[in-house]
Design a protein around this ligand. Structure first.
Ligand SMILES: NC(=O)c1ccc[n+]([C@@H]2O[C@H](COP(=O)([O-])OP(=O)(O)OC[C@H]3O[C@@H](n4cnc5c(N)ncnc54)[C@H](O)[C@@H]3O)[C@@H](O)[C@H]2O)c1
Length: 255
């Protein structure tokens, strides 16, 4: 049995665009999956799909704004599977607009899901991974967490916080053989992007065709193109990558 075949990966936001692509990728590698997302129904359907195709998956649905859910999640996964090797803090949400458009509710929700939840999950996971001799964590930040784009004040702020957190974590826990990195995509063809076009009264397919012209590689990312990078970062092949912010942008940098 290959090394990947014994690993257990926890993915948050697993039923979303990038999360789902990563579930399929890990399942194809024989990695066992702890599938976490908000909707019990959606999580159950995805677990059943993976299991029906011969994979191993269990459901860990819950709301990442709940502190106790986040604090307990790594331990619960370890209890269920006997180990936890990989964590991908992939769940996230986007509130749009300038600071004057950003309510207290937008601020608190964005900070809670995009920053506090990864903070709590990683804090709970470090002792477990350290005791087991190591692990790999990827946080899904954004190109906009490195160079903020216009009119997404709170989103950029949270993704910058997550990027800084990742760099601190990467340095602080390397000595425990825990590698912590962030993937920083530019635009990805998921519901997060598409709903933004819908809100503005645009046809998402037409808007994406237009957006594709702005990318040097000719198209915005498909979720699989981000999932492939996350899977690499958590694999043993990336064994010397630690505390990095990996931009995946098709050549389209944010200035
Ligand atoms: N789509 C893009 O253009 C893009 C670009 C850069 C970074 N990202 C980041 O990639 C990650 C994945 O996003 P996506 O594009 O797949 O979007 P998505 O909306 O398809 O998926 C996000 C997932 O997070 C889950 N989630 C949100 N709030 C939650 C909560 N309170 N509790 C539990 N789960 C919750 C959602 O249910 C959803 O399944 C996010 O962190 C996002 O910020 C996306």
């Amino acid at each position: 049995m290959g090394d990947e075949m014994t690993k257990v990966a926890l993915i948050t936001g697993a039923c979303g665009g990038i999360g789902r692509a990563l579930v399929y990728k890990y399942a194809s590698q024989g990695i066992s999956l702890a599938i976490a997302d908000k909707s019990l129904n959606e999580v159950t359907i995805l677990v059943d799909e993976v299991v029906s195709k011969g994979g191993t998956a269990k459901a860990f649905s819950g709301d990442l704004t709940k502190k106790s859910y986040c604090d307990n999640l790594p331990n619960v996964v370890k209890q269920e599977f006997g180990r936890i090797d990989i964590i991908v803090n992939n769940a996230g949400l986007m509130r749009r607009g300038a600071i004057t458009d950003t309510s207290d509710k937008d601020y608190n929700l964005s900070m809670s899901v995009n920053v506090e939840a990864p903070f709590r999950i990683v804090r709970a996971a470090i002792p477990l991974m350290a005791e087991a001799g190591g692990g790999a964590i990827v946080n899904t930040s954004s190109c906009w967490g490195i160079n903020p784009g216009p009119n997404h004040l709170i989103y950029c702020t949270t993704k910058a916080a997550l990027a800084a957190m990742t760099q601190c974590l990467g340095r602080d826990h390397a000595h425990q053989n825990i590698r912590i990195n962030a993937v920083c995509p530019n635009e990805v063809n998921t519901s997060m992007l598409r709903t933004g076009f819908e809100i503005r009264g645009l046809n998402p397919d037409a808007a994406i065709n237009e957006l594709n012209k702005s990318v040097p590689l000719g198209h915005i990312a498909e979720p699989e193109e981000i999932a492939n990078v996350i899977a690499f970062l958590t694999s043993d092949d990336a064994g010397y990558i630690c505390g990095s912010l990996v931009e995946v942008n098709g050549g389209k940098a944010v200035y």
